[in-house]
Design a protein around this ligand. Sequence first.
Ligand code: SPV
Ligand code: MN
Length: 494
Amino acid sequence: MSTPLEQWVESTARITRPAQIQWCDGSEGEATRIEDQLIREGRTFPLNDKTYPNCILHRSDPSDVARTEKVTYICTRNREDAGPTNNWIAPAEAKQTMGALFDGSMKGRTMYVVPYILGPAASPQSRVGVEVTDSAYVVASMRIMSRMGKVALDRLGSSSDFVPGLHSLGDLSPERRLIAHFQEEKLIWSIGSGYGGNALLGKKCFALRIASWMAREQGWMAEHMLILGLESPSGKVTYMAAAFPSACGKTNLCMMVSALENEGYRVWTIGDDIAWMQVGSDGYLHAINPESGFFGVAPGTNEKTNSNVMAAVRKNSIFTNVAMTAQREPWWEGMSENVPSGMLDWQGRAWSPSNGPAAQPNSRYTVPAVQAPSISPRWDDPAGVPISAFIFGGRRARLAPLVYEAMNWQHGVYVAATMASETTAAITGAVGVPRRDPMAMLPFCGYNMGDYFRHWLEMGKKIPHPPKIFHVNWFRKGADGKFLWPDMATTLAS
Ligand code: SPV
Ligand code: MN
């Protein structure tokens, strides 16, 4: 008797027709084979073995460098359930259109089966997903970003309780790129992109779009939030979660070195992008980080903005679309004051300023969370950490004040629901245009935004000790065009 997972994999292979199927176990040997495969494919390069051991640099297709919200769909039976802020296609129509694209899309290639757990392996809050993909880059990335391989198969057993995700690079054409979420089935289909949020299906597709739907059904929360612990001189650690839109500095904030470190304040990192939260038996909202790595924006990252990540990325990391120096080290704008000579830019050309930036503005590092010197001793705690505060914020050169506190939960929901931010390079499209981005979830809420606000209000009634809610804006500029936030010019969040 085959298991539900085996049956799904077989049915997928009948459509995509790969030359072979490889079940990933997450072992070291497998990681080496995947890396060799990537290097053979010609777009991935080993970095300096002495200064960046076990690190690789990957160059994506130049048209495939950011999330593509225009072709991201929520496929609910009723259009109303997707709501006014999501693109919608009826499930049957999406399956027909995409089925034609998946038909034979893996011919002559390997289909990798990637089982993964989102969240600590032993946590009841964690969930299992399985991604089927024809991209070795996706496999290498999922190995860092999730608890991947045997550990997930062991947790799943012969159960059908997993979120299946089908991914194929297709022909990488932006015209045939589609990312669809079948919410009622809890199924993800993605074709035509190898980029992070489009292709690592455990990340935005499952951990936010599918999970937000599950969370509403089951009475918990899946949010686009970092999680950090702030230790005071007495040794007490206060945990907070903070929502900012993409590329507004979540990674740098959760790994921050406190300016008051000499006085005994210290920041501990639990997560940099996504928080899953449920009410614990102590009456506090408890957060786990569903991920196990950081997929952070490289440009602007340096010893000042994020010394913890600069230390973390010195081994076992993937660099995507950054420049490579003559010493085979990664480089990006803002990494150092001196621009090294003899670099190759993100597309592998001899770098010249006339070709634009050396590193693509949304170039990224992918690094195991445990390598961060700031990683919290509780980051893998199955019970999560109790959250005392939510912080919301965005990039607003004008208008939004530096910091204020909401009067209560309902007011906090209003503040978060009406927040806005100037767009960044993390998504395809114009940069710097202010847009409303409720809870930083506009691209990630897997259902009707009105129902989502209602869910927030309902949650407030269920949390005996709700977090305090704050709004911040460290991007505010004065009449002189300079940042008002102290020291912001040097610690500019990337
Ligand atoms: C974001 O864009 O919010 C990210 C990167 O965290 S991605 O995985 O591409 O979504
Ligand atoms: Mn994000």
